[in-house]
Design a protein around this ligand. Structure first.
Ligand code: HEM
Ligand SMILES: *[C@@H]1O[C@H](CO)[C@@H](O)[C@H](O)[C@H]1NC(C)=O
Length: 217
C-alpha cells in the first residue's frame, strides 16, 4: 500500500501544493445532520473504507474540542483502527469492529509497536444511536470523541488536531477478528494494512455542532 502514499505525494508535487488535501470531500449526512469532511480509501482493490470527521466552528487554537467520527467499513473486516495523529504510537486510536448487529468501538493508545494497544481513558467515545448500524455488507459507526483533538503524544508533548486545516491521519486494517469481540478491551492481533492520508477538516465545519450532538446522542 506504500504505492498509494507515493502516488498522492506525486500529485501534490505536480500541483505544487502542500496545504490543500486533494481527496477530501464534503458529505452532508441526511441521517445525523452533520456536515462531514470525507475521505475514502482502499485497503485492497475494491475494498473501500470511508472516514468522515465533523468539527465545531469557532475552535480556539491549542484547545481541546469534541469531534465526531463516522466510519464505514466492510462488515467482514476483523477490526479497523483510526489514528487521529497519523501514527500508531502515542495517538488516540479508535478501533472498531462489528459484533453481530452491533458495532464495538474501543479507545486505545499504543506505547510501542510490540504490545497490543491498551484502553485509553484519556479519550472517550459516545456512540450515536443514529448513524450507527450493521447490515449484510457494511458496518458504520458515528461517535463523538472527547479527548482526541489535543493530547499528550509519545514524547510527552502536546499534539493539536487542526479544526480548520489539513491533518495527516492513518488507518490500520486487520482481517483477523478480536479475540473477545463483545468487549471493548478485547485482545487484537496485528494489522495487515496501514496507510496515511491528508484529511482537510475545513470542509467538515458545523456551526450547530452542539445541537447536533444532543439530537443524535
Ligand atoms: C494489535 C496489536 C498491534 C501490533 C502488534 C502492531 C504492530 C505494529 C508494527 C510492528 C508496526 C510497524 C510496521 C512497519 O514499520 O512497517 C505498526 C505500524 C502501524 N500501526 Fe500498529 N500494531 C498493532 C495495533 C495497531 C492499532 C490498533 C492501530 C490503530 C490505528 C495501529 C496503527 C498503526 C499504524 C498507523 C502504523 C504505521 C506506522 C506507525 O504509525 O507507527 N496499530 N504496528
Ligand atoms: C449498508 O450500510 C452501508 C454503510 O452505511 C450503506 O452504504 C449501504 O447502503 C447499506 N446497505 C443497505 C442494503 O442498506
Amino acid at each position: 500500500m506504500r504505492f498509494w502514499g507515493l502516488a498522492s505525494a506525486c500529485v501534490a508535487a505536480l500541483f505544487g501544493s502542500t496545504t490543500s488535501a486533494a481527496g477530501t470531500t464534503t458529505y452532508h449526512d441526511p441521517e445525523t445532520g452533520f456536515t462531514f469532511a470525507e475521505y475514502a480509501t482502499q485497503y485492497q482493490l475494491g475494498r473501500t473504507l470511508v472516514f468522515r470527521v465533523a468539527v465545531p466552528t469557532q475552535v480556539t487554537s491549542l484547545t481541546a474540542y469534541d469531534a465526531v467520527l463516522q466510519v464505514v467499513a466492510p462488515v467482514d473486516a476483523g477490526w479497523l483502527g483510526f489514528a487521529w495523529g497519523g501514527r500508531m504510537i502515542g495517538d488516540p486510536l479508535a478501533v472498531a469492529w462489528s459484533n453481530g448487529n452491533s458495532v464495538v468501538l474501543s479507545s486505545r493508545r499504543a506505547a510501542d509497536h510490540t504490545a497490543v494497544p491498551g484502553v485509553n481513558t484519556a479519550a472517550t467515545y459516545t456512540i450515536f444511536k443514529t448513524g450507527t448500524h450493521v447490515n449484510r455488507t457494511h458496518f458504520q459507526y458515528t461517535a463523538k470523541c472527547t479527548g482526541c483533538t489535543y493530547y499528550t503524544n509519545s514524547v510527552g508533548s502536546k499534539n493539536w488536531i487542526y479544526s480548520t486545516g489539513t491533518n495527516h491521519l492513518a488507518f490500520a486494517y486487520a482481517s483477523t477478528r478480536p479475540s473477545n469481540p463483545s468487549s471493548t478491551s478485547s485482545g487484537l492481533t496485528i494489522h495487515d494494512v496501514t496507510n496515511n492520508w491528508d484529511h482537510d477538516f475545513s470542509v467538515g465545519q458545523n456551526a450547530n455542532f452542539a445541537d447536533l450532538v444532543t439530537k443524535n446522542s
